[in-house]
Every structure is written in structure tokens, then in C-alpha cells.
Design a protein around this ligand. Sequence first.
Ligand code: ZN
Length: 440
Amino acid sequence: MPKFSDSDGLTWGFTPGERARTRAGVERLKQIRSERAAMDAEEAALLAGLAGIAVDQIGRMPSNSDCAFPLRSMATELGLALKEPPRAMQGRMERASELVAKFPATHAALAGGRITDRHARAVADAGADISEPGARAAYETAVLALAEKTTPYRIKELAKQVADTHQPTAIIDRHEKARADRGAFVEDLPDGMAMLGLIGPAVRIHAAYDRLTGCGRAVRRDRRALIRELDGAEPGPEDPAHVKYLDDRHLAQLRSDIALDLLLTGTPTGHDLDQHITATVEITIPVETLAGLDDGPALLAGYGPIDPDTARRLAGHAPGWERLFLNPDTGALLTVDHYAPSAAQRRFLHARDRSCRVPGCTTRAKHCDIDHTIPYSTGGITNVENLNCVCEGHHMMKHHAPWGFTNLGHGRIRISSPCGFDYTEGPPLLFPALGPPAPF
Ligand SMILES: [Zn+2]
């Protein structure tokens, strides 16, 4: 057995047999993913065809009859056969019809295994409101080029940005109209539970959620400090000696409990919380929009485009902000001008990376560690070309396992897996180059 605990500091690694088995497993999984995408495309075509039969039936009905009936009946037919709720089947038929009829290139990319069903859904959802066929086709071409290169999580946000540039109405007018639809709703759930939903401007909703997350994290920090104080040791949830002190609510439960405390009593009672926890949102505004030279959208991190009026108002109240320089051809972030290097470098990295640099990891950059790709101890410098946002778990993995990270410049990174696969990934594009403008 090879040893990994000598001078390189690694404590484990692959034997040649394990490496070969892992490589074969990865290749087979990629093949399965591609085959599944092709089957998803076939399923969408079938569902759209069956929905088409119902639409033909509606066309033959007398004008005063209930037109919802054929589609509902087809959904029930399929639901019974596939053991799925008819309502869910109807939703899937409608989505499939939309994909096949309005986004044929996306459907073809799914059939070819170049994107997954989640990518296809993100493309169709973001483009659903583009009614003009030429504009929709231009949107689809631009967004598909990005979708084939990135994760479904990232394409969801990028697709909203790309769709925004192909909308015939400016975001400022659409936001004004959409604000009228804000509201609150309750939906009853089984087993004595219910869901409370709020619809409001994205900036306020994300800020509220961020505050709940901050309060939840504070409760967990307080809990760990209390255990340390009582036992004089680092707390571990698996240690039975700590169980009597453990408030084992996870973050999602704490968000719900604290939100209800705030709504029902005005303060988060029952928790000794730091009252200074405030919400933060990260917004990126093009300089032309900030200066009022145009009414293009700004970007809310974790959401996508927001209206320029809201962004300008928030910029006016922000305690500090950074100027970002983008490559005009690719939209990639080039640099930030600043005075205080370390804090500014951190802000640059948060803006450039937006989340952990391991593809698919969704930990927000502000909750990540900042990692020296070439370790400081071996001569790596503290420069953004040698720094990446990496979440705690992936940071530990990088240092304790044979993973290789190489910075290729301009935020591009190559990740080499222990069994020999290389993955090259650019930072997420803030304002991607979107090709020719919409034809109107
Ligand atoms: Zn991560």
C-alpha cells in the first residue's frame, strides 16, 4: 500500500486499483447523465404531444363548454398510469409543451446530452415572458452558449440576466408593474403544519432572509460558547456529555422560529441574540446605471437583475462601495480600484467568485475562506491572482487530500482530482457578452 503520511503532509490517497475504478465510475456516471438527458428530452416531446391531443380536443368542443376538461382528463390519465398526482402531471405537460414549442434549441441540447433537465428548465423559466419569437430565439442562442459550460445553479441566475436584455419593456417599468402584485399567503400542509409566504421586492426579501440567517448563526455560536463554558471543552454533537445542553435545531429550523418570533412578538424572544445583527445585500451596478445615463438593471447577489431605481437608492445609502472593471468582450471581472488592500482584495474576491470556487458548490463567497492557491508557507503571494473563495469543507479537503488547484489568471482555475481528472472553470460572469441585440 502506498503511504501518504510523509513529507507532503497527506494522510490518504488512491491505490492504482482504486484510481482506475474511480475513473471508470466517473466516466460511466457522465454517460448515464447524458443518456438521462436524452430520455428527459424524449419524455418532454411525448408529454407535449399528449398535451397537443388535449388541445385538439378543446378545438372540437362547442364554444360554451368547459375548456379545462380535456387537459385535466389527460393529466389524470397519465397520473394514474405513472402514480403521480394529476395536478403535478398537468404542470409537467405544460412545461414540456413550453420547452418543445418555444425553446427548440434547448430541447435539442437536452436530447444531445449537452445540458441537463435542470438547465433546460432554468432556460425556459427565465425566458417564459419573452413573447416576441425573434427576441426569444436570440435569448435562447445567447443563454444556451452559457448553459453548456456551467452548473444549473449558476445558469438560473445568468438566464435571468440574459432574458432581461431581450425583454421589450425596460426592467424599471416591469418592476413598477410587478410591485403591485406583492402580498402574503398561507398554504396548509399536512400533519399540523402550514407555510407562510411573502412576495415583495427582491432586495427586501433577500435582506430579510439574510437577517434570519445571521440571527440563526448567532444562536448556534452562542450555543457552542455555552457548551465550552460549561464543559471547558470544544463541543461535539456526538458527545453524550453535551446532549443535555444541546439545542440541536439546524439553521433552517432557526430561521423559521426566529421569523415567527419577530412576527408574533416584535422581537426574537427566547434567544439571547446580538441585537446588532443587520441584513446585508451585495449589489453590483453598472456605472452608466449608477450615473443615471441609462436604466439598465443592477445585480443582486443570489438573485439576478433588479430595477435601477432601487439600486441607485441603496448605493446612496451604502457605507462603502468598490469600482469593478469588466472585460468588455467577455464580461469577466478584471480588477477593482481601492485604497486598503486586504479588505478590498476580500471584496474583490467576493464580487469575482460569488460562491465557493469548487464547481457546483453554492456556499456564498462571504461565508467562504479565502485560500492561497500556492500556499503562503511555500512562497505563494497574497494577490487576487493567487487567491480564491473556498468554503470551509472544500478548503479542508484541498489541504488534507491530494487535490490540485492551479490559478490560470483572470480568475480562471484548474482543479485536478485525486484520480487524475482536470476541470477548468472561469469565475461567474457578472454582465456576460450577450451577442447581437434583440430585433426590436
Ligand atoms: Zn465549497
